[in-house]
Design a protein around this ligand. Structure first.
Ligand code: AMP
Ligand code: GLY
Length: 321
């Protein structure tokens, strides 16, 4: 990385609340000039930055050109599409400084099969039983074995809307079969494979951390509410809102639970390094469930949570830069 003293011009890639709060925080440092590349006109961003460009977040070359043109010293990529499109790899090839995961590391978010298989090796006690199924028959057989107490998941990115759980969004064996068939035939998330997982039950929470190779800084736990309606009812949304509490914890957890979640993330990162030989960088989001018999990982996002990042940035003592 460049010497942080020399970083004056920062580009933030993404359009949502997590980018807006990042930019608001960066702008508290009067020495920084902050730029945005976004695909949706968010006035909370455009009114704060020193310059912005509207364009597709999957068009790596256009984002690179904008970063070159604006003479950017550091780029933060906090949204999934450009990560999966290889923006970080392209920037690193051009010797640009960027704090975000490479396409390979972003698989921790963009490829649920890769992540479950990796965790089966390095932290097996933290995942539910699962099977990555390439046919409808295999998926149905495994769902039957689990007595239909399952979560049905596409492998790839679906903006947080692809997972359906028995008893929540799926209310009969027929609905499970229909959804498996839909994922398989329409390649939801970009792949015809389907993950069938044992349904977990418990309170969910998130731990986000700054990762730079072997430097690892966890931030306080946050709880997010995804269901559209009051009383945890209705379909999942990307989020309806989130909260955090004091001492890094939430009302239903203790510090051993928090430490366990942090340890699961650390073991996953060590497993990733062992498996691929590559380091991870960027803001990693681990979503956990506190189940009766321990803590399980629901999923990773290799980006800050939206809106969980607001809870985190609001209490940072330092400027993000
Ligand atoms: P994800 O997109 O993987 O975060 O999943 C969205 C939501 O589905 C999570 O927040 C959980 O509420 C739920 N979910 C995912 N996997 C499971 C599982 N194995 N058991 C129960 N609920 C799950
Ligand atoms: N709030 C959930 C997410 O950022 O994916």
């Amino acid at each position: 990385m460049n010497n942080p003293q020399k970083i004056k011009r920062i580009l933030v890639v993404g359009s949502w609340a997590k980018e807006e709060i990042t930019i608001e925080n960066l702008k508290k440092n009067p020495e920084l000039e902050v730029f945005s590349y976004l695909d949706t006109h968010n006035p909370g961003i455009s009114e704060r930055v020193d310059g912005y460009c509207l364009g597709s977040l999957s068009q790596v070359e256009n984002i690179l050109n904008y970063a070159r043109e604006m003479k950017i010293d550091l780029t933060l990529v906090t949204t999934a599409a450009p990560l999966a499109a290889g923006l970080v790899d392209a920037m690193e090839e051009e010797k640009m400084t960027v704090f975000a995961p490479t396409r390979e590391a972003a698989r921790l978010e963009s490829d649920k099969a890769f992540t479950r298989e990796l965790m089966k090796e390095c932290v097996p006690e933290a995942i539910p039983r699962f099977n990555v199924c390439d046919t409808i028959e295999k998926a149905m057989d495994f769902a039957r074995q689990l007595n239909w107490q399952v979560a049905v998941k596409p492998i790839g990115l679906t903006d947080g809307l692809g997972v359906k759980v028995f008893g929540v969004q799926l209310n009969s064996e027929k609905e499970v079969e229909d959804y498996i068939t839909e994922i398989h035939s329409q390649k939801i998330g970009g792949d015809s494979q389907v993950i069938i997982e044992e349904k977990m039950m418990g309170e969910e929470f998130t731990v986000q951390c700054f990762v730079y190779e072997d430097t690892f800084i966890p931030t306080p736990a946050v709880q997010d509410f995804k269901k559209l309606l009051n009383g945890e009812k209705g379909p999942n949304t990307a989020s309806m809102g989130s909260y955090s509490d004091c001492n890094r914890l939430l009302p239903f957890m203790n510090s051993a639970d928090y430490n366990r979640a942090v340890q699961i993330i650390k073991k996953t990162l060590a497993g990733f390094k062992k498996e691929t030989g590559a380091w991870c960088r960027g803001i990693l989001y681990g979503q956990f469930m506190l189940c009766r018999d321990g803590i399980r990982l629901v999923e990773y996002n290799y980006r800050p949570g939206d809106p969980e990042w607001m809870n985190t940035v609001a209490i940072l003592e330092d400027n993000i830069a």
